[in-house]
Design a protein around this ligand. Structure first.
Ligand code: FE2
Length: 326
């Protein structure tokens, strides 16, 4: 069984192709970016509409396959931005109907965890999923992927993007903040907000805004301090989840997990507690069609031929889903 998966929850439109045994055949994507300002859902949708056909064709060409060879189609059902999700849904339906293939909708957050586990060999990890819209600490327990900790307001990536906008930088802001942070020398005290295993970034952003307006601090020092503070919160929450679940593996997922500094901080924590850390390569950490394809394989029993009733689920929760593939 070969699955073609489509990703379109936010800024990336991706198509991935994978076999039932987990052999990667293609992972093609194109992401919407801006010079200045953040992600605009209707502009991201326009981007996806423009690239969707080309991305699917490129994935098939890379895999050296035609639609006849594809046994299953999967797409990101949620969580995500509705205008973006609809593009993936419509393209998946078009392919399923035209070529008479079964279709399955999958959860984007769980797909991050499963592709990470497949590619790194992690057996039963706690996932630190750190991306633009999502910041969750997820682990398997009692038949479901449970959220042990999460952001109470913005995702870490959206926080970094909003901070970057305050400094006049474009989207995505994370890499630009990281560059600035490398030149930062002084740690400036910022609110450190962690409640149990949940984190919150809104107060830090307000505090940063005030500090920028005061003109008393360099952008470099603010970037350095924002990154150190926010990442330390994520590491602390992840460590607590690992202790609580008695799990010895930490898996990273999401675009913000590409940050070398976040990886370094996680590695230090894991070493200190004799745990293993797993990080997939960057094109799998960021949103991609390959993880959706692999999640399709795992949930192939749920695929259906009459796809007229299949819809997006923009607010789908990680812990809503019963995990029957483990
Ligand atoms: Fe994601």
């Amino acid at each position: 069984m070969i699955c073609l998966g489509l990703e379109s929850t936010a800024h990336t439109f991706g198509a991935g192709i994978i076999t039932g045994k987990g052999k990667i055949l293609a992972n093609i994507k194109d992401s919407y970016a801006t010079e200045k300002g953040g992600i605009h859902p209707t502009e991201a949708k326009a981007h996806h509409l423009k690239v969707k056909d080309r991305i699917v064709e490129e994935a098939l060409r890379t895999a050296n396959l035609s639609m006849q060879d594809i046994g299953l189609i999967s797409f990101s059902q949620g969580p995500g931005l509705p205008p973006c999700l609809v593009v993936g849904l419509e393209k998946a339906k078009e392919l399923a109907i035209t070529h008479n293939k079964p279709l399955v909708g999958v959860n984007h957050c769980i797909a991050h965890l499963e592709i990470g586990a497949l590619l790194t060999g992690a057996k039963d990890p706690v996932l630190l999923y750190a991306s633009g819209a999502n910041t969750q600490i997820i682990a398997y327990d009692g038949g479901k992927y449970r959220v042990f900790g999460e952001t109470l307001d913005n995702g870490i990536g959206n926080f970094l993007d909003a901070f970057a906008r305050l400094l006049g930088l474009g989207f995505p802001g994370g890499p630009k903040i990281a560059q600035l942070a490398e030149r930062g020398k002084n740690y400036i005290e910022l609110p450190y907000v962690i409640k149990g295993m949940d984190v919150s970034f809104g107060g830090i952003l307000t505090n940063l805004k005030q500090k920028i307006q005061s003109k008393k601090f360099s952008d470099e020092d603010l970037a350095f301090s924002a990154q150190e503070t926010a990442f330390a919160m994520l590491v602390e929450a992840s460590e607590r989840a690992m202790a609580h679940c008695e799990k010895k593996e930490l898996l990273l997922g999401g675009g913000v997990a590409c940050s070398k500094r976040l990886q370094e901080m996680c590695r230090i924590m894991c070493n200190e507690r004799n745990a293993k850390m797993f990080v997939p390569q960057n094109d799998v950490l960021t949103d991609n069609g390959l993880m959706i394809a692999w999640q399709g394989i795992l949930q192939k029993k749920q695929a259906i031929k009459d796809c007229s009733a299949i819809d997006i689920n923009p607010r789908e929760r990680t812990d809503d889903l019963l995990v029957d593939w483990r």
